[in-house]
Design a protein around this ligand. Sequence first.
Ligand code: F0G
Length: 422
Amino acid sequence: MPSIFKCIDCRKSYPLGFKTRCECGGLLEVKHEFRERIRREIFDKRADSKNPLIKSGVWRFKELVYPELDNNHIITKPEGNTNLYTSKLISSFVGTSNLYLKHEGENPTGSFKDRGMTVGVSEAKRLGMTIVACASTGNTSSSLSSYAATAGLKCIVFLPEGRITYGKLAQTLAYGATVIQVKGSFDDAMRIVQQVSEELSIYLLNSINPWRIEGQKTIVFELIQQLNWKPPDWIILPAGNLGNTSAFGKALTELEELDLIDEKPRLAAIQAEGADPFYRLWLTGSSLLEPNSEAKTIASAIRIGNPVSWKKALFAIKNTNGVVEHVSDQEIMDSKIVVDRSGIGCEPASAASVAGAKKLLDSGVIDKGEKIVCILTGNILKDPDSTIRYFEGDLPGIKPNFLNSLKIVEPSIIDVRKILEL
Ligand code: F0G
């Protein structure tokens, strides 16, 4: 049987196609039927290939992502094959030596979104779509506009006016997307793009599109492969619209079903304190998500009050015996600066994973002996503004605990010596 869409609420199934939601309004997910036994060795062999399509960190796992897709439809740059780092500095900040950092900011457009977009845009090509759209806090729009340009598709993005970083706005415009700034929040933009794509038959490529989730599963596949198929005890990731948390849960369930791992790592989804509806849902055990009316955090990528994928993400957390935590902007920025100082570097939202690891170790939820992988989701250059403002002490409510002030001198050796105290 070929892969199908299945509604996560009413369980109705559909053949693959344009739909991104069920008639009942529920989210759809892709159900694959894995008939043959899939072995780790095929993925290991491909990792050494010279052919980008075979080596790609997404398409190397094609059997687990989209087995039926004709290779001629695939739009790849290629994605993935991102580094898994260790760092003494970050380890001592977090409080464990058993720490890895997987840097998804090393993808072609600087964020993990490329892994979902290669699959989503390839599907748009297969379906013969000509226009694609998304709402975004900046990384999804950068990724989609790049892949759409590569595929020759028209791209329309809806951004919350004045609330995304210049780096991401510039990237999105430069790749040629039509940029519509919505006078409101990301959640307003998300609502509008769903209406627009439904009414105008435009292909929606936010993470409610089930193919985005299939692509993002490969972050987990690849990191476990990098650890020689010995899963860590914990995978910790920043959580906003909750597509990635959903993807990680699905990836782990499938790896276990296929006997590709012996035990599932626990997931820890980390939100920013001012944008933490999923954390509150988790804490109260409620069955309905209560949105933040106004999401507030320095980490603009995860400034989201009403995440669309919360039901899938809740299943992911429960099914991996996971946890949800939230961290303050101060913790996010301090962690970011430590990641930057280590030479690795990331954008603020990414550092929520490191801040979360520290908090969960401090509170004893994670044991020092357990192996942790933190996901860094975006590149350091995505948001230079908050880095500079941190060092200038210009971020309201945030203390620059790690100093590196700018120095200004007259062009004279005497002045330089004075400043360097040499
Ligand atoms: N980290 C970064 C750098 C992101 O850009 C995002 C989401 C997340 C984490 C959270 O991932 O939404 O799957 O829970 N950015 C989206 C965007 C919303 O439009 O770029 P999530």
